[in-house]
Ligand binder design. Sequence first.
Ligand SMILES: Nc1ncnc2c1ncn2[C@@H]1O[C@H](COP(=O)(O)OP(=O)(O)OP(=O)(O)O)[C@@H](O)[C@H]1O
Length: 307
Amino acid sequence: MLRARDLTYRYRPEQPPALDGVSLDVPAGSLFGLLGPNGAGKTTLISLVAGLLAPQGGSLEYDGRPLARARRAQPNAIALVPQDHAFYPTLTVAENLDFFAGVQGLGGALARQRVGAALAFGQLDSYAKRRAGELSGGLKRRLNLAIGLLADPQLLLLDEPTVGVDPQSRHFLLDAIRELRTAGKTVIYTSHYMDEVEALCEQVAIVDHGRVLVQGTLAEVLRDTEPVLTLQLDRPPPAALAAAWTARHPGLEIDATAVRVPGATAAELPALLAELAAAGCTPHSLGYGEQNLEQVFMRLTQRSLRD
Ligand SMILES: Nc1ncnc2c1ncn2[C@@H]1O[C@H](COP(=O)(O)OP(=O)(O)OP(=O)(O)O)[C@@H](O)[C@H]1O
């Protein structure tokens, strides 16, 4: 459905590029997680898809047509729900929805029906007459999402929709996003919360410094890296053992209570455990094989998502 090839974008000539050759394929009907730390380029990328910025290099296609042409043919097919609150705080919830329905060219019975559906989707009916600026953080996010859905878009771009919300609203928003997918929408979801992306999305791309580091189904991305053995220990292994393991497994990491051994094979496990026991160290937990997205990100960048 959405195909990006070699996209580049630079805000200022003296700055590094915000996007540096990004290629992505977002299948129709997928919940696609765009994961990356602050400043990775996520907002820039979805601003290009939303048409707020024009690519300086590369191409973007939507349903097989150049994006600009697809947008002219179907102006309401793609909607952006931005990170910032995109409504008028002094208007009520209902007035905001009526206003944005009008902005998107909806009128008469269709506008009433879409506003009703958006209120119901965001479970905002009982707040319809409340000034938007007086809503809680979570309700403001729900209103943002409801406005994005007014014109019944096919592709919804959600930029960090759960930042700054209470756990209950976060839960509500994540369920609502799942519902959108069930209703056949395509959703691109940017986040630096890897647990959310892991719980929600079946397609994932990890971006950093304006580049896509890895993309594919969640299962592919998690499997894409060599297995890591993680041992939680009662104390660090002796220096001689650490040196021997590091020689066999470059990239081995040791901290006060854990050892991470990249590239260890399943066949090696008994020997490694025997060496540890001989050195007087007792592992109290052991993990092997599949990693989570945070670990994949750390392996690819040597940094944490929150650095
Ligand atoms: N309007 C702007 N002018 C100049 N530089 C910008 C502008 N907007 C973003 N940048 C820079 O472009 C890079 C990518 O920013 P972008 O907002 O796309 O990242 P992001 O992954 O969405 O981060 P965040 O999670 O913090 O929103 C960053 O280095 C950022 O400082």
